[in-house]
Design a protein around this ligand. Structure first.
Ligand SMILES: [Zn+2]
Length: 144
């Protein structure tokens, strides 16, 4: 009896794993407060300081892109001092760059997609970043 039980347990695990690997569609639900991936709350995986930026990127996969100026206003920062033509002219750019880099790691680990830089690296401030969802991921806007 025990042997039968453990064999069926292994079979179950094997099938569950197979099902997970084969799963070709995943749902990323974006609400005002949470990110849910197939109804699992993944919000705690994000640095609270990156959530507003992540929400913007998830919901604007085509346009507009995340520029330094947009990001600063999402972070609640003053944007008047944001001269974004050159990284060296924007005092807040380094902070933003590090937050986006953090986001890239979380998004990559969850296989949600990729956050891409503009073609020319120096255009990052004016052209901005963009999120390209993985082909398995559908982003659903569920804000109030
Ligand atoms: Zn700036």
């Amino acid at each position: 009896m025990d042997t039968t039980y453990s064999i069926s347990g292994y079979v179950f695990l094997y099938l569950a794993n197979l099902n997970l690997r084969r799963k070709t569609s995943r749902e990323l639900l974006v609400t005002d407060d949470f990110f849910l991936l197939d109804r699992l709350d993944i919000t705690p995986l994000f640095n609270p300081k990156t959530i507003a930026i992540a929400r913007f990127l998830f919901l604007n996969t085509e346009a507009p892109r995340l520029t330094c100026k947009t990001a600063q206003s999402l972070l609640g920062n003053e944007t008047d001092s944001c001269n974004c033509s050159k990284a060296t002219l924007c005092p807040k750019y380094k902070y933003l760059y590090n937050r986006v880099h953090e986001l890239k790691r979380v998004v990559g680990a969850l296989r949600l997609g990729t956050i891409i830089d503009p073609n020319k690296r120096r255009d990052i401030l004016t052209e901005g970043w963009r999120f390209v969802p993985d082909t398995s991921v559908s982003v659903i806007d569920d804000r109030k």
